[in-house]
Design a protein around this ligand. Structure first.
Ligand SMILES: Nc1ncnc2c1ncn2[C@@H]1O[C@H](COP(=O)(O)OP(=O)(O)OP(=O)(O)O)[C@@H](O)[C@H]1O
Ligand SMILES: [Mg+2]
Length: 175
């Protein structure tokens, strides 16, 4: 039993924010099965930054997509442990995953051209994500989105908010 003091300190070491043990992703292809990820282990502590580095096709994107629950439908995923802050990502419901995604876990996709919806303005898409997770007014979401655009060094942020993805450069889209 952990010894929880009144100051909220515990004697037990805090578990990592993200634990990945023996993650595997298999994809059925014409010639059989493609083992896109073959048993990767890593963990990320709170406040820690971890970089996965490897040659093209080694499975970095598949690993990330597996964590986000965004693998192609045909993909088969297995792991000894896939845990984010106490949530088992292998068995989490779609509803709970959707509550996590965009609030506590997020992904900046490799291809910024297809990551944004071409039919909606940048402002629309940013505000939608904010309002999906927080009970805030349209105005408050707009102000927050504007603040965030400025934080990542985007000039003329008001104008950018009204623009569609095709009107932005690749670097702007990725930011
Ligand atoms: N939708 C898919 N269907 C079948 N195989 C796929 C699919 N997407 C990726 N793969 C294969 O899975 C393997 C891992 O690909 P992944 O995209 O994770 O590589 P990566 O490390 O992100 O590479 P890069 O550095 O080029 O982005 C590769 O062999 C790739 O060809
Ligand atoms: Mg990739």
């Amino acid at each position: 039993m952990s010894n929880q003091s009144s100051a909220g300190r515990s004697t037990a070491p805090a578990s990592p924010l993200l634990s990945v043990k023996q993650l595997r992703v298999d994809l059925p292809v014409a010639k059989g099965t493609l083992h896109a990820v073959r048993g990767i282990d890593f963990h990320v502590e709170r406040g820690e930054m971890l970089c996965l580095v490897g040659e093209s096709g080694c499975g970095k994107s598949m690993t990330s997509l597996a964590l986000m629950g965004l693998l192609p439908r045909k993909a088969q995923i297995s792991a000894d442990c896939l845990n984010f802050d106490g949530v088992d990502l292998l068995t989490v419901s779609e509803r709970e995953r959707s509550n996590l995604r965009g609030a506590r876990m997020a992904m900046i996709f490799q291809e910024p051209m297809t990551a944004l919806n071409p039919a909606y303005t940048l402002g629309n898409q940013l505000c939608e994500a904010l309002r999906r997770h927080q009970r805030v007014s349209r105005k408050a979401a707009h102000d927050r989105a504007l603040y965030l655009l400025k934080r990542v060094g985007i000039s003329a942020a008001e104008e950018r908010m009204r623009q569609y993805p095709h009107q932005l450069s690749g670097g702007l889209r990725q930011r």
